[in-house]
Ligand binder design. Structure first.
Ligand code: ADP
Ligand code: MG
Length: 668
């Protein structure tokens, strides 16, 4: 069972940090409970009843006895809880009591099975560990406690004493003891702080070493801007670059003028003009005779880029080649031959690009669109034997500060904040069912005026019994109902690429007025005349995704209108939709999203190829992160890390944990 949890050695147990704590300082007899005052209660399970209350609905009622008194516990629609309560079992429950029908009641309390007759001691704080099937909390608690008692003394300190004092860090043994069995809340905080700091410091040291290492590699081509090159590139754009674009381009050009490879993240809201900046950078490489590559996360996005670039560069002599997984064998051969014969200046593609060996030795610049889909490793894969290209990574999902300091900590960051001029306003509404008819009237009126629009739903087909809007049935409903007078088409990921391409082309040409789509429209479609959007089941989309979707209708000179329908019944979903309607600033929304959801899927360490954080939380621990980052910068800069023998242990820890993924093995 322990192996299933990844626990093999005593050290694994020592560093199995509790995921939560139960504060039994609030442990009360049933008779002393107070209305709405959080408390813990200990008792024996006496009765268990699971009742169905409708389709997909049930209530689990459990009666708990404590001496002569009883307490009722209820779980709604959580049938699996049935297996966690066993008649005769002693349990510890924590929740907020309510006096109801002459009896104290807890709804959805935290539940924990206790060992035999053991009663938790009042006043203690109990660690809560991850469990696996068949393993009880009290068992793992006892196992960890034994390991701590026997082996904590064997764990060597990582930090030199003066460093620890200076940073107010507890010694490791004391911190280990207290994190598993805290004497009080203050000790727990101090113990946790030590390990959080340690974890973040080790990560920041690794990133610092990587930056230093990258700075020492001088194998990239030097690609300086000259006045002549600058003028030639700017002539290709039908507009003047914004001040923001100019500023960011100066940062990029300064990097590209050096033989140290650029590693820069370019972030900016949808429509802020990133692609234009990337084009400039690619043309700069090409002007020096080095091909540039643009890598997109999907086939569709690669083709969209190809179209934009071909249009923007039709007056130039730049030869553009598409290289994606979906090309036919013959098409791919032609593309490859062009690359091999050095007849390709700009290669647009997907992952398939990574396989092109001859390309790698010559590339001047690689632009990667939508960073979060390409990890650290993929970036490394584009490097040649002899040479490094410069890297520019673009993301339209603004990244919260703490995340860019960690997961993107090896990149320099440039930010586009101002949008290009001449954008019409965009209005966002959240609609309930009563407004639906009025919304469709408005939608149709705008269509009749010549505008185009999207209708977005979360799924392709509805699952059985699922009350989620799916595009296929929705398409039929709209076709027969509200949109029957207009030319509408269906678009989703299961439609073959060629057919999708044809649909999008027709949409671009205005032959199709409305696309009924899944979130495939989220990226890459650029039709300025499309200014209307309806989103169904908005609660199913993340804030970042909603914002991306909205980006599709803020591209032109006509105002955009968006209505999000959905059921926002949790606190979180309400906050999310409110923030979305009130703010159109992607950076602000990213911070809200991050606060509401935590780093979650989008900013998960794993996706970036880094091992997961075990105790630090980028959301909560911003202050510690800041401190760790500064200290790490200092240690790397002064060279103390590699040179002072007292830091040898810390240094080894950095290499063990991050050496391979960040390719630090050959440092120092
Ligand atoms: P992003 O890639 O950040 O979403 P794009 O580079 O695609 O943004 O730019 C969005 C739209 O704005 C495009 O149609 C582009 O041609 C236009 N655009 C970009 N820069 C400017 C500018 N300086 N002035 C006017 N229009 C611009
Ligand atoms: Mg773009």
């Amino acid at each position: 069972m322990l192996q299933r949890l990844g626990l093999r050695t005593a050290a694994d147990l020592l560093f199995l940090f509790p995921r939560d704590y139960r504060d039994a300082s609030q442990l009360l007899p049933i008779g002393e409970l107070r209305e709405e005052q959080p408390a813990s209660v200990c008792g024996v399970v006496e009765e268990v009843e699971l009742r169905n209350t409708g389709p997909g609905r049930c209530v689990l009622g459990v009666l708990i006895r404590q001496d002569q008194e009883h307490l009722r516990v209820l779980w709604f629609n959580q049938p699996w809880m049935r297996d966690r309560v066993v008649i005769g079992q002693r349990v510890l429950l924590s929740g907020t009591p309510r006096f109801n029908g002459g009896r104290w009641e807890l709804v959805h309390p935290k539940l924990e099975a206790l060992e035999g007759n053991h009663s938790p001691t009042k006043g203690r704080i109990f660690p809560v560990y991850p469990l696996t099937e068949g393993l009880q909390q009290w068992q793992i608690r006892r196992i960890v406690q034994t390991a701590v008692q026997e082996y904590a003394v064997c764990v060597p300190e990582v930090f030199p004493a003066d460093f620890r004092e200076q940073h107010r860090l507890w010694p490791i043994q004391r911190a280990l003891e207290q994190i598993h069995a805290p004497g009080d809340m203050e000790s727990l905080d101090a113990a946790r702080r030590r390990f959080i700091y340690q974890e973040l410091l080790v990560l920041q040291l690794a990133l610092g070493l990587r930056r230093r290492q990258l700075a020492e590699r001088t194998r990239a081509p030097t690609l300086p801007v000259t006045a002549k090159i600058d003028a030639r590139i700017r002539r290709l754009f039908p507009f003047d670059l914004t001040a923001d674009q100019d500023r960011v381009l100066r940062e990029i050009a300064a990097d590209m003028a050096r033989a140290t490879p650029m590693n820069r993240l370019l972030q900016g809201d949808v429509g802020s003009g990133k692609t234009v900046v990337a084009e400039y950078a690619m043309l700069l490489a090409i002007a020096h005779g080095h091909p540039a590559a643009l890598m997109a996360p999907t086939e569709m996005l690669a083709r969209q880029h190809l179209r934009t670039l071909s249009r923007d560069l039709r007056e130039s002599r730049v030869r553009i080649v598409l290289l994606t997984g979906a090309l036919s064998a013959a098409e791919r051969r032609v593309a490859r031959e062009a690359i091999a014969a050095e007849e390709a200046d700009l290669i647009v593609g997907t992952h398939a690009l990574l396989a092109e060996e001859p390309l790698r030795e010559r590339l001047g610049l690689v632009v990667i669109d939508e960073q979060h889909k390409f990890g650290v490793r993929q970036r490394a894969a584009l490097r040649g034997e002899q040479r490094d290209p410069h890297y520019l990574v673009m993301t339209a999902t603004p990244i919260p500060r703490t995340v860019s300091m960690t997961l993107f900590g090896d990149l320099d960051v440039s930010t586009l904040r101002d949008k290009p001029p001449g954008r019409a306003p965009l209005y966002t509404y959240s609609g309930d069912e009563s407004r639906r008819a009025a919304w469709w009237d408005f939608f149709c009126r705008k269509l009749a005026e010549g505008r185009q629009g999207y209708v977005v739903a979360p799924m392709v087909e509805g699952g059985e019994g699922e009350a989620v809007t799916a595009v296929e049935p929705l398409y039929k409903t709209l076709q027969q109902g509200p949109l029957r007078d207009f030319r509408i088409a269906l678009l989703h990921g299961r439609i073959p690429v060629a057919e999708r391409e044809a649909t999008m082309k027709a949409f671009r040409l205005g032959e199709i007025q409305v696309l009924v789509a899944t979130s495939v429209v989220e990226v890459g479609i650029d039709v300025p005349n499309a200014t209307l959007m309806t989103i169904e089941d908005g609660q199913r989309f993340g804030l970042a995704q909603l914002h991306q979707l909205r980006g599709r209708i803020s591209r032109g000179s006509h105002p955009g209108y968006l209505c999000v329908f959905g059921t926002f019944d949790s606190e979180e979903s309400r906050e999310r939709i409110e923030a979305f309607c009130q703010s159109s600033d992607g950076f602000e929304l990213a911070e809200v999203d991050f606060r509401l959801r935590g780093p979650g899927d989008l900013f998960g360490t794993r996706q970036h190829g880094l091992p997961p954080l075990r105790i630090a939380d980028l959301n909560r621990d911003e202050a510690v992160l800041e401190e760790a980052r500064q200290d790490a910068g200092q240690l790397v800069l002064t060279g103390e890390l590699g040179e002072r023998p007292e830091f040898a242990r810390l240094y080894n820890m950095v290499l063990r944990r991050y050496g391979a993924v960040l390719e630090l093995a050959d440092v120092g």
